[in-house]
Design a protein around this ligand. Structure first.
Ligand code: ANZ
Ligand code: ZN
Length: 841
């Protein structure tokens, strides 16, 4: 017979699909139910890699599946094409970042076209096109007008290598996410989005996503916002007029406060030390210098040795009047809570480490040996725990953080921890010494970058009028050409040097004014792109709210877990802002999220630096798109990592050849009489039709491939050693295989479909319904004889095991009656049809 060869098949069908455009979506007229399937768009930093092949292969299964289930599917693609890598590459090679970016897009697009995800190419977007960033700028102005975009001077994370500002999210363990160098702080005036206004909603709305997003991502989002509830407590400081508030999640431990700590780099610390002796001031100044070089993550680490300076000042505990020494240290952050804490070393590990380092007193106020209501006491060395003395953290070095009952706490003794939190907070509030409070780890989103390759911030600075938005009809504010500009990072935007561009009249008063020279963080571009796909060519609006109402939120979002915080949080925020502005009718952008695993080489993440990059392009030309896709999908559940050393693209190619040959061998015509032919094969075919949809919907794609392999093998058997290639069941099985294979191996599927006598495109063929009568469990009749006489008939599975059948036969009451008190001397079992028992008295 003919030989399966992927290359001519790819060459044959690509132009056919290009002509037919089977994946172009009519977003407005089509009346079918809708599904929006979205893959996280790629960054054009070279050609596609194996990680892309994995992610886009998975997303394509979902998109193709819904089309075959009768849905009008939107499955668009575009490029996240602004950003630092383009600019860095441009600097290195002395070229325009534009050229580098669009060359890479062309290259990736070419690879995509061969890989053949079912994209609607008519909707392609690039965030670096003026037609796109015009609307990113529009979005900025929406936020600006609502007071959600503002400028402030603050100490920002600064990468001394990239010479650029980094968002907290881009600092990984104190290092720049992009270049790996240690991050420092720098004071700059920057643009922020007021995402903290949305902190509560960003946490509370996660409930809507439970079960539909990976729980790991939900908890990462929750932790990132980092909401905690507690109390603000006012402490009077000797010699200072206004009391100082501290934020605590443990007001129940107020009697255990033995000192106070203020952030070394806070204004309060500087104020408090001002009256101290000279040596103290000098020690303090030296300490603050050191602290300024530390990242927040280092500062908050419980692993680090505690350092600090005693400020020679005292605070008064509002509940018991005790005098508390005040220290400055780095482990308290200046911009969290109020930048000062009440230290409870017995119950907080960092406070305890500090107390042990400087020999400060430790007082236990929650006896964690005492059970709280409902808890069943556990004997410790034969005694009830509440008879044990409380542990001594100062000597053990371990803070007591669990539940328990209050001791050493005056009128509050005996209360459980939780009851005491409520009681003490009430008592503070009643006497004006405190109040309940919430705190968040989330900070406002720093969106300005002093770099060239991004969307310019559409603001004009006028001496008389201040910050003036560029009028909407003057958008986009287009980037000037890179030519002649020094793109080397230096802490101010290269755009500042574009004289013709930067100097403009003020839109309000006409006086000479200057454009804002910063560009936006690329996460702004990608925070709303899913809406642009709905009407990518519109030059009258960013997105059409009517189409958004129809199509969004996205039904299935597919992408890497590396975006679990940043991109998803920002998209969620932007969606809520647009909802509040009345543009959208929903508050969460992505109804369901699938995170694919990583493609690894010998257990290590593929990376250029490790030199273990399996080139997508070379694998694609060796094995073809279909074998590559099947390999990635068959490797395991989508969320799991794939070790490229463990998989076999050659094995996948073999399977595809086997399937393809089946279609070739079918010798009946398409008008063969259905519902006839080999029943056993028909049962396997219809079992597959019945099971595959729920398997796909629960992302068990690898199981569907395994089941397809079984189906192909069963079909082969009937062709070779059964009813033969003309049997109607063989055609049926081959057709079902072609239609299902479209999910994983579109070229092979299309070629099979043609071989079977049909027109393209198989991707638009609807999934057949399983015949229920073929799904009921089969049974055969087993005859049971006793001494040669038929005594019973049993309905059993045709696959029943010999010993099981014997057990069933012996258990039959008719058989037992026939045996009476005789002894069985011989048993012959021919499963599944006959059991024969011989007896003697
Ligand atoms: C006393 C106390 C006793 C605390 C105890 C904890 C345990 P979350 O949950 O993250 O909000 N804290 C407050 N402001 C801080 C700052 N600027 N820098 C570093 N730490 C700060 O944490 C709130 C707790 O972190 C607060 O509750 C405070 O320590 C500390 F047994 O107050 B706690
Ligand atoms: Zn003006």
């Amino acid at each position: 017979g003919q030989k399966y060869d992927f290359a001519p098949i790819q060459e044959k069908w690509l132009p056919v699909w290009d002509r037919m455009k089977p994946f172009a979506t009519d977003a407005e007229g089509d009346k079918r139910p809708r599904k929006y399937v979205l893959d996280m768009f790629p960054y054009p930093s070279g050609d596609l890699h194996m990680g892309h092949a994995e992610a886009f292969g998975l997303g394509d299964v979902v998109a193709r599946y819904w089309r075959q289930q009768g849905f009008n599917v939107l499955h668009p693609i575009g490029w996240d094409s602004f950003g630092l890598p383009a600019e860095n590459a441009a600097i290195k090679r002395g070229v325009d970042p534009r050229g580098w970016t669009y060359d890479n897009i062309a290259q990736q697009k070419k690879s995509f076209q061969t890989y053949a995800p079912s994209f609607d190419w008519d909707r392609e977007i690039h965030t670096s096109d003026p037609e796109y960033y015009r609307w990113t700028q529009w979005l900025f102005l929406q936020l600006f007008e609502k007071g959600l975009a503002y400028r402030k001077a603050s100490a920002v994370n600064w990468c001394p290598f990239d010479l650029t500002v980094l968002a907290n999210e881009q600092v990984v363990d104190g290092h720049c996410e992009r270049c790996g160098n240690a991050v420092t702080k720098k004071k700059l005036t920057q643009w922020y989005f007021r995402i903290t206004d949305y902190a509560d909603r960003l946490v509370d709305d996660l409930k809507q996503l439970e079960g539909a997003w990976p729980s790991k991502v939900l908890s990462m989002q929750r932790n990132w916002v980092g909401r905690s509830t507690g109390a603000d407590v006012n402490f009077v400081i000797e010699g200072k007029a206004d009391p100082v508030a501290v934020y605590t999640t443990r007001p129940d431990t107020l009697y255990g406060v033995t000192f106070m700590v203020v952030a070394a780099d806070s204004e309060l610390a500087a104020e408090l030390v001002a009256d101290a002796p000279e040596e103290t001031q000098a020690a303090f100044a030296e300490y603050v210098d050191r602290v300024k070089g530390e990242s927040d993550i280092e500062r908050l680490s419980t692993e680090r040795e505690k350092t600090g300076v005693f400020l020679e000042r005292y605070a008064i505990n509002p509940l018991n009047g005790e005098r508390l020494p005040i220290w400055a240290s780095d482990y308290v952050l200046a911009d969290y809570g109020h930048g000062a804490i009440m230290a409870v070393p017995a119950h907080d590990q960092r406070d305890l480490d500090f107390a042990r380092a400087f020999d400060l007193p430790v007082r236990v106020v929650v006896d964690t040996n005492q059970p709280v209501t409902g808890a069943i006491p556990v004997l410790v060395d034969g005694v009830l725990p509440d008879d044990l003395p409380p542990a001594d953290p100062k000597s053990t070095g371990e803070a007591l953080v669990g539940p328990g009952r209050l001791i050493n706490s005056g009128p509050f003794d005996g209360l459980s921890k939780n009851a005491a939190i409520a009681k003490i907070t009430d008592a503070l509030a009643a006497s004006g010494l405190g109040k309940t409070a919430k705190n968040y780890r989330l900070r406002d989103w720093l969106i300005s970058r002093q770099r060239y390759w991004g969307a310019p911030i559409p603001i004009i600075h006028c001496e008389a009028c201040g910050e003036v938005p560029v009028p909407e009809d003057q958008l986009p504010v287009e980037l000037p050409p890179a030519e002649g500009l020094d793109l080397q990072p230096k802490g101010t935007s290269p755009l500042g040097a574009a004289e013709d561009w930067i100097n403009v009249p003020c839109p309000r008063c006409g006086a000479p004014a200057k454009r804002d020279s910063d560009t936006m963080d690329t996460f702004v571009d990608s925070s709303w792109y899913y809406l642009r796909y709905l009407n990518p060519q519109s030059d009258t609006m960013a997105f059409d709210p009517k189409l958004a109402d129809k199509w969004a939120p996205v039904d299935q979002y597919v992408g890497g877990v590396e975006h679990a915080i940043l991109h998803l949080l920002y998209s969620r925020f932007m969606t809520k802002v647009l909802y509040d502005q009345g543009y959208l009718s929903f508050t969460e952008p992505f109804s369901s999220l699938l995170n694919q695993g990583m493609v690894l080489m010998d257990g290590a993440k593929m990376s250029k630096s490790r030199g273990n990059l399996v080139e997508f392009a070379s694998e694609l030309s060796t094995y073809g798109a279909d074998a590559l896709r099947v390999t990635l999908i068959f490797a395991g559940p989508p969320e799991d990592d794939i070790d490229w050393a463990d998989v076999s693209p050659a094995g996948s190619a073999k399977f595809l050849a086997r399937a393809w040959r089946v279609a070739h061998d079918v010798s009946s015509a398409p008008d063969v009489v259905w519902k006839t032919g080999d029943v056993a094969l028909r049962r396997i075919t219809h079992r597959f039709l019945a099971d595959a949809p729920s398997l796909v919907e629960s992302f068990k794609f690898n199981v569907v491939v395994a089941r397809l392999m079984e189906l192909v093998n069963a079909t082969r058997k009937v062709i070779d050693t059964g009813a033969g290639p003309a049997d109607a069941a063989v055609r049926e099985a081959a057709e079902v295989t072609a239609v299902a294979l479209n999910l994983f191996a579109p070229y092979t599927a299309e070629d099979m479909w043609e071989q079977l006598g049909y027109e393209p495109a198989v991707a638009t063929v609807q999934w057949r319904k399983a015949d229920q009568t073929l799904l009921v469990a089969e049974s055969v009749t087993c005859v049971v004889q006793v001494d040669g006489k038929v005594r019973d008939r049993l309905e059993v599975s045709p696959k029943i095991a010999t010993d099981e059948l014997e057990k069933l036969a012996r258990a039959s009451s008719a058989v037992q009656r026939a045996i009476g008190d005789r002894t069985i001397v011989n048993v012959v079992v021919r499963a599944p049809k006959i059991v024969s028992l011989a007896t003697k008295p």
